[in-house]
Design a protein around this ligand. Structure first.
Ligand code: BG6
Length: 530
């Protein structure tokens, strides 16, 4: 009998929950073992996998770095980092305590290999270690948690040392063991460099071994877009140019560049966020239904979206840079490692067109920025107005619009905004919001977004990772704007105050077609806005 309880906290008519199985045995080699990404995200994510029983039973963690450490010192430094997350509400890796049994399960089998990433000798030492008989069965995941200039050289050296060999038998049956490599972002800095990086890594490894990671795809609510669209029959008939007026994607952050000034001066908001994180959100909304949920089917449908996206014309892009804010908040040009006359953007808004039957004529407006008024990642789908409203003195064009809001973070959920009659003797309309919040229905699981992705690599599932053609196409889409911004210095920087909603020019981008951004600061949670 299905369980039918009509209240939040209990899912309706749910079949029994599918239990995830732990992956088979493997070793994980982290290049950049002493770095920030390893400490802040990878190790906490592995810890969470151990907590939920999803770490392989036979697992070895191997650190590679220049730092003068050994396995014990490395373990201690990671433990200290985990301790620092205890009870820190603001930390993405927040935990209530470090459970020592779980910690032992994660770090019981550890090695540390010190060396220079450009030195062949390092990879020989690594090979000797990996080739020793062990209960991880020779399966090995290489995680490149290093600066992007090392991606090509490290993959090349792993290849040269013969560490990508899987020994497939002649019939193409499962290999003796698997070898996989995870490559972080930024994957290239434009189309040409992404193509060249792909070419160089594909000389050493095969596409099925390469996992180009985008951590936005590890966020539950991003994956949920596929469930919303393809597990419900009611959305598909209205999910197209006939009923949708336009789509807005907002990824607003309240943090500034913090200690990453040097990185940001070379990168800027466009490269940092748009062709990767934000286009992944866009693809989830815009893709055609895949024939199945295997990696080939899903990635091919997403790739179709990227190919159909028109190269953005510089006139359809706006850049901004934050200036000082209230209470002594420094402007971007006052941040550490930033030039006092920097022309780098910390905010970007673009209008994107998708040239296919589903989306022709439906603009996608995207904006992302640092030091904005509120931290929010949201996809807002605006529907076309009712064709006619038979109410006295009602101007259809003036009715508040219907919105479907996919709230990615921090208040994960889905909301629908529509018109109702206000109580009272006259027909008077008001916009209200019907909201589903994840937190009301499901207990929170320990998750910082990397767990699913690391688990998928161990399981050999590439669905949530980028294929070579996908990264190349996304860089193509932003190429003309990147070129223009490199040549043309921006005018009037800084052009938005820290803690505001971004530069006024971004409003003009929508105003040209009589549209407007939804306010970033949605104080009226649960109450509708225009
Ligand atoms: C990173 C960017 O990839 O994503 C950062 O380099 C950005 O600049 C971050 O702040 C946003 O990720 P999240 O998970 O904090 O929303």
């Amino acid at each position: 009998m299905p369980n039918t309880i009509h209240s939040p906290g209990q899912v309706l008519n749910a079949p029994p929950r599918k239990q995830a199985k732990p992956p088979g045995p493997c070793a994980m080699v982290i290049f950049g073992a002493g770095g920030d990404l390893t400490k802040r995200l990878l190790v906490p994510a592995l810890y969470n996998l151990a907590t939920t029983g999803l770490l392989p039973e036979h697992f070895e963690l191997i650190g590679v770095d220049m730092a003068d450490l050994d396995a014990d010192k490395w373990r201690d430094s990671l433990h200290a980092m985990m301790e620092s997350f205890v009870g820190k509400a603001a930390s993405e890796s927040r935990i209530d305590k470090v459970d020592e049994d779980t910690w032992k399960r994660l770090t019981g089998h550890m090695a540390y290999i010190r060396g220079d990433l450009n030195d062949e000798g390092l990879y020989q030492k690594l090979k000797q270690h990996i080739d020793q008989p062990s209960d991880t069965g020779g399966n090995c995941l290489f995680y490149l948690a290093v600066a992007d200039r090392f991606f090509g050289p490290v993959v090349t050296q792993i290849g040269k040392a013969g560490l990508f060999e899987e020994n497939w038998d002649q019939d193409g049956k499962a290999p003796e063991h698997w070898r996989r490599v995870v490559i972080e972002k930024p994957f290239g800095h434009d189309e040409a460099s992404a193509r060249s990086l792909n070419a160089s890594i594909l000389r050493c490894a095969e596409e099925h071994q390469i996992y180009r990671i985008d951590h936005f795809l590890g966020k539950e609510t991003v994956q949920n877009i596929m469930a919303l669209r393809f597990a419900n029959g009611m959305f598909e008939p209205i999910w197209n140019r006939d009923r949708i007026d336009h789509v807005q994607i907002t990824v607003a952050e309240t943090v500034g560049v913090e200690s990453r000034g040097r990185f940001y001066e070379k990168t800027g908001a466009l490269r940092d966020m748009i062709p990767n994180h934000v286009f992944q959100l866009l693809a989830m909304v815009a893709m055609e239904p895949p024939a199945g949920f295997d990696a080939h089917a899903v990635r091919s449908r997403k790739s179709d979206v990227f190919s159909a996206m028109r190269t953005i014309a510089p006139g359809c892009a706006v850049r901004g840079q934050y200036g000082p804010g209230p209470d002594g908040v420094p402007g971007y040009r006052q941040e550490k490692d930033v030039a006092p006359d920097s022309a780098i953007e910390t905010y970007v808004a673009v209008q994107v067109a998708i040239d296919n039957w589903r989306w022709a004529g439906v603009p996608f407006f995207i904006r992302t920025g640092k030091h904005m008024s509120r931290r929010v990642s949201e996809i807002a789908i605006r529907f076309k107005p009712a064709p006619f409203a038979p109410f006295e003195d009602t101007n259809v064009a003036a009715l508040p619009p219907n919105w479907l809001l996919l709230q990615i973070q921090p208040d994960e959920g889905i909301a629908l905004q529509f018109e109702v009659k206000r109580p009272g003797p006259v027909v008077d309309l008001a916009a209200v919001r019907m909201a589903f919040k994840y937190a009301d229905w499901f207990p929170k699981e320990p998750n910082i977004g990397y767990e699913t992705l690391i688990y998928d690599v161990m399981m050999g599932d590439q669905t949530l990772f980028n294929r070579a053609d996908m990264v190349e196409e996304t860089w193509r889409v932003v190429g003309a704007v990147l070129d223009d911004w490199t040549k043309e210095k921006p005018e009037g920087f800084p052009n938005y105050a820290s803690g505001s909603d971004g530069p006024a020019e971004a409003d003009e981008l929508l105003a040209r077609s009589g549209r407007a951004w939804r306010p970033v600061m949605d104080k009226a949670e649960g109450r509708a806005e225009g």
